[in-house]
Ligand binder design. Structure first.
Ligand code: PEP
Ligand code: MN
Length: 341
């Protein structure tokens, strides 16, 4: 069996009994206590559990339903949890009706510039500030990020603007450090299948923004989310950021159909990063509008006050006034699809 749905009226004793019975079978469990009812997810390979055994669990008192799930990702699937997951970060609810914008430079490059970008994106309508302190660069000889000094600057920006922080973690050895600063841990494209890293962030109580791998299928991406969730951290936000194709006019190809596909397959919030997808600032606006129309719960947009001097990704970064204009248009699209920004 894969998922045991308990009756609304199930008592704690009944729940304990069911848990004990499953644990005696050597199964690992993931208990999710919803507002309505408790659901027990059975982790691992359950294909060898006989139908008789499933029936006997079905008959236990307190059990409403036992469902077998054929999808390889279980905790991330809509079969496991019907209602959308809403992740609360400092009172901002990701996955709810409001669309959130995460904005800031690719990398934290210095105190003054970061603080000024943070203030500008806040004025423009962003609700989270971003910036990389550890940068996954293709070349080892280019700017690698400011490390902890950068995180300190980001924290200063949070204090100044009140916006929570999103920043990338590349190495499990930096996790403890990162937890002191960030509100959302970003796992970058190049690390989507860094399974040890996924398991580590699965063990902390901090939302994880999981970007899609450069050439990852939606199924592989959901399996990566499952790695995180299997360790207990269910606060996963999926971020479509374009995939690699034969096209060279854009940096990557933004797979917008991934948004409605994910909405069917998973209850997790889905956001879109048009900046890394197109790699050109002039295409960020149309693709952002399209992403909101397609049902995205948020956007991740790179903004820089001096894109021409940026240490990384300047060519895809919006200037603050362009960002302001974009958010104005986004509000219209959001209203049209029954959402707000
Ligand atoms: C980034 O957000 O700056 C970044 C490196 O993104 P990605 O992992 O999508 O390339
Ligand atoms: Mn970048």
């Amino acid at each position: 069996m894969d998922i045991v749905v308990l009756k609304k009226s199930a008592s704690q004793d009944e729940i304990d009994n069911i848990q004990k019975r499953l644990e005696q079978k050597g199964l690992a469990l993931n208990v999710s206590k919803g507002t309505e009812r408790t659901i027990i997810g059975v982790i691992g390979d359950t294909s060898k559990i006989s139908e008789e055994e499933v029936d006997s669990v079905r008959a236990m008192s307190g059990v409403d339903e036992v469902m077998r799930i054929v999808k390889p990702y279980k905790l991330a699937s809509r079969d496991f949890k019907k209602e959308n997951t809403v992740i609360d970060v400092d009172g901002l609810k990701i996955g709810g009706n409001r669309i959130h914008i995460i904005a800031g430079p690719c990398a934290i490059e210095g105190r003054d510039i970061l603080l000024s970008i943070a203030q500008k994106v806040k004025e423009g309508g962003a609700s989270f500030v971003r910036g990389g302190a550890f940068k996954p660069r293709t070349s080892p000889y280019t700017f690698q990020g400011m490390g902890e000094e950068g995180l300190q600057i980001l924290l200063e920006a949070k204090k100044l603007t009140g916006m929570p922080i999103v920043t990338e973690l590349m190495d499990p050895r930096d996790l403890t450090l990162m937890l002191k600063y960030t509100d959302i841990i970003q796992i970058g494209t190049r690390n989507m299948q860094n399974f040890r890293l996924l398991l580590e962030v699965g063990m902390v109580d901090k939302p994880v923004l999981l970007k899609r791998g450069l050439a990852a299928t939606i199924k592989e991406w959901l399996m990566a989310a499952e790695y995180i969730m299997s360790r207990g951290n269910h606060k996963v936000i999926l971020c479509e950021r374009g995939v690699r194709t034969f096209e060279t006019a854009t940096r990557n190809t933004l797979d917008l159909s991934a948004v409605p596909v994910l909405k069917q397959l998973t209850h997790l919030p889905v956001i879109v990063d048009p900046s890394h997808a197109v790699g050109r600032w002039d295409l960020v606006k149309p693709m952002s509008l399209a992403a909101v129309a397609a049902g995205a719960d948020g956007l991740l947009i790179e903004v820089h006050t001096k894109p021409e001097e940026a240490c990384s990704d300047g060519e895809q970064s919006l200037k603050p006034d362009v960002f302001n204009d974009l958010v104005k248009s986004l509000r219209l699209v959001a209203t049209a699809v029954g959402r707000e920004i």
